[in-house]
Design a protein around this ligand. Structure first.
Ligand code: ATP
Ligand code: NNR
Length: 203
């Protein structure tokens, strides 16, 4: 997850990322309930249609790679928000930290996409161990649904590859333990965002 707090002076953007089923959508929505002028852009809304997804030699659709996503379209959505951040924030609203527009970008492949590198206030990465991730994934139904062997044959290996690529990142990422309760995760990130907001407002 990445969070971006916005407008020319007060710009707050927060990316939130994790392994699949780490709980980023849940956390982003919980945060939105507590941040009065907060928008969310979800990377999952930018998957290409199935007909454009590559298939590997095992017959697995290659969904867990950047090429499966229309990232240009996602960048346009981010630019659009930045040009007109939040919906109700006029100049007076910016005097109150409560009304500062905030953008959360949540996705499973954000940190190795170069055009997104520079624009964030805070970056978060939710981690969940293999067994728990596999268990949570087995309770979900995607469209198309995961075929047998998909988690071990595609999803997890792609996640490990992505984590490997992240080892070259130089900016700070806050790692969050995705096995903690929803409430614990919310309160940790909410406090962090509040502090960042206060810092920015004081500048
Ligand atoms: N803190 C938590 N503890 C236990 N289960 C959780 C927690 N947060 C989310 N979940 C559960 O894990 C599953 C995935 O949650 P969520 O959709 O938020 O994850 P995601 O990372 O956005 O998944 P996706 O890979 O589909 O993008 C859901 O069934 C959700 O109820
Ligand atoms: N949203 C989709 O079109 C789609 C289709 C098939 C699989 N997925 C999965 O979504 C996860 C990210 O949230 C990835 O692990 C994809 O495998 C999404």
């Amino acid at each position: 997850m990445r969070i971006f707090i916005s407008t020319s002076k007060y710009c707050f953007k927060y990316p939130l990322e994790n392994v699949t089923n780490g709980g980023k959508t849940t956390l982003a929505k919980n945060l939105q309930k507590h941040l009065p002028n907060c928008s969310i852009i979800s990377q999952d809304d930018f998957f290409k249609p199935e007909s454009e997804i590559d298939i590997d030699e095992n017959g697995f659709l290659q969904y867990d790679v950047l090429e499966a996503l229309n990232m240009e379209k996602m960048m346009s959505a981010i630019s659009c928000w930045m040009e007109n951040p939040g919906h109700s924030a006029g100049p007076a609203a910016l005097e109150s930290a409560q009304r500062v527009p905030i953008l959360i970008i949540e996705g499973f492949l954000l940190f190795n996409y170069k055009p997104l590198d520079t624009i964030w206030n805070r970056s978060y990465f939710l981690t969940v161990p293999y067994e728990e991730c596999k268990r949570r994934r087995s309770t979900r139904v995607y469209e198309p649904p995961d075929p047998p062997g998909y988690f071990d044959g595609h999803v997890w290996p792609m996640y490990l590859k992505h984590r490997q690529e992240m080892s070259t990142i130089t900016w700070e990422i806050v790692y969050l333990d995705g096995t903690r309760s929803e409430e614990d995760l919310l309160s940790q990130v909410y406090e962090d965002v509040k502090q960042e907001l206060e810092k920015q407002i004081a500048l």
